[in-house]
Design a protein around this ligand. Structure first.
Ligand SMILES: [Zn+2]
Length: 188
């Protein structure tokens, strides 16, 4: 009986995470890797629960994931939002940010727990931006890029000390997006 209860609880957690991830329009292979559900099962969940979501509802993402990290430094607004997502990764213990501003992945006991924290961090980001520019897929790619440290880095602004996401090859004068915007706009 106990075994059955535990199994039911575990399956329920997988199911809840799958529904959360489908809601964020994560790709099937990502949902599968985090929940352990087969791709076929996820497609069935999508059909059962989201088929009638309507035009502005959930879309199933097909094709290649958006992987260009250039997106995160495209303009000051997106760069500032990417910095918020990174800060939330740290807050939800998805990455550990050390004093040299190196972001390393935190090891979790299961992909399920990691997926739950990813969703919580992403949902916190959605709750603080009225028109968020960063999709779940993009946030996922930001995590990959930050922890591989090849294309984006964390930097601290020389003007205000704020941590921000920086293009690894950027010549931005080590200034965060708000400080750069501030300098560009004329003061009264
Ligand atoms: Zn600054």
């Amino acid at each position: 009986m106990r075994f059955t209860d535990d199994r039911y609880a575990a399956e329920r957690e997988q199911f809840d995470l799958a529904i959360r991830l489908i809601g964020h329009e994560a790709r099937t292979h990502i949902i599968s890797s985090l929940t352990g559900f087969s791709q076929d099962r996820i497609r069935k969940l999508y059909t059962t629960y989201f088929r009638h979501a309507g035009r502005n509802g959930v879309r199933r993402q097909r094709g290649k994931s958006p992987s260009s990290v250039g997106f995160f430094v495209r303009n000051a607004r997106i760069q500032a939002e990417a910095s918020t997502v990174t800060f939330l990764f740290g807050l939800f213990r998805i990455v550990r940010i050390d004093e040299r501003l190196d972001a390393t992945p935190v090891r979790h006991p299961s992909p399920l727990l990691f997926g739950q924290l990813m969703c919580s961090a992403y949902e916190a980001y959605l709750s603080i931006h009225q028109r968020p520019q960063i999709s779940f897929e993009r946030a996922w790619n930001l995590y990959k890029a930050l922890t591989s440290r090849r294309e984006v880095l964390l930097a601290d602004c020389r003007q205000c000390g704020l941590l921000y996401v920086q293009d690894a090859l950027a010549l931005d004068g080590a200034e965060c997006p708000p400080c750069r915007l501030d300098r560009r706009s004329p003061h009264p």
